[in-house]
Design a protein. Structure first.
Length: 277
């Protein structure tokens, strides 16, 4: 009798191969589920900075934008912890992979080059804020060349604004922050400054008397038609692509539920201040 192993009939071999393939696929799926579960177990470390009311340690929710990011990640099964740093450092250390992500940023050309950018967290409302007594009128940025305009070095603004400042066509005043800009305007040391509407409202309500806030106005023309903002993730970190997909999925669920719109309505301008003169 031959002791050679018996060879299965040819018609049975495809079934054996399919069985092994199905088993391998199942094992791969289980590993993916386990990896995803392990990824979601520890809180994500997100670098950020102070920019109330959107990102701040002064609010229980740590700011509107940070709450949106937190809720979007939660809908995909993640917890987050925020680390407040100077904005420039937050971006640099995230790029180096020291944080899982940073929130939240405008979509500049440099960030599109250096990071993975999420879908739009929220669209900011940028206006030219000025002293109410100043007869400020403009339809294009070059119309502002007769005024002293505050700017903050680390802000995105728009490429045209930065080019006009760099060329000297617009007179700029390098200002440390928006609060300092408002104070300079009240003192007559500066004429106007691009600001985000809710940021201006929050600062005027918290740091100025009603009579002082009434001296500040915002030109109704939008400084930019669309200023989207984003979570940024380091492309050098392997799991960033998965985090980005999960965040975008959670962000869409947040918008579809109406919760995103409700969070954006949480800031009111103080009495005595409004858009326009």
């Amino acid at each position: 009798m031959s002791h050679r192993p018996r060879t299965p009939p040819a018609r049975q071999r495809p079934m054996v191969r399919r069985g092994w393939a199905a088993g391998a696929a199942l094992i791969g799926l289980l590993w993916a589920v386990l990896a995803s579960t392990a990824l979601q177990a520890a809180p994500l470390r997100i670098a950020t900075g102070e920019w109330p009311p959107y990102a701040t340690q002064s609010r229980a929710d740590q700011g509107i934008a940070l709450e949106i990011v937190r809720r979007a990640f939660a809908l995909s099964g993640y917890q987050v912890e925020y680390h407040f740093l100077p904005w420039t450092r937050a971006q640099q250390e995230t790029k180096a992979g020291q944080f899982d992500a940073s929130a939240y940023w405008g979509a500049s050309a440099e960030r599109k080059r250096d990071f993975l950018l999420s879908d739009n967290v929220l669209t900011e409302q940028w206006l030219i804020v000025h002293r109410r007594a100043l007869p400020l009128q403009w339809s294009e940025l070059r119309d502002l060349k007769g005024y002293t305009l505050g700017f903050i070095r680390d802000y995105t603004y728009t490429p045209e604004f930065w080019q006009l400042l760099k060329s000297g066509e617009l007179k700029g005043d390098n200002t440390p922050n928006d609060l300092a800009g408002l104070r300079k305007m009240l003192l007559g040391r500066m004429d106007a400054m691009p600001m985000e509407r809710n940021v201006a409202c929050d600062l005027l309500g918290r740091h100025f008397k009603p009579a002082e806030a009434a001296q500040i106005a915002a030109h109704p023309r939008a400084f930019t038609d669309s200023f989207t903002t984003h979570l940024i993730l380091p492309p050098s970190v392997p799991r960033s692509a998965l985090l980005l997909a999960d965040f975008n999925r959670g962000l869409k669920r947040l918008r579809d539920s109406g919760e995103h719109a409700a969070l954006l309505r949480s800031v009111a301008c103080p009495e005595g201040w409004n858009e326009g003169r």
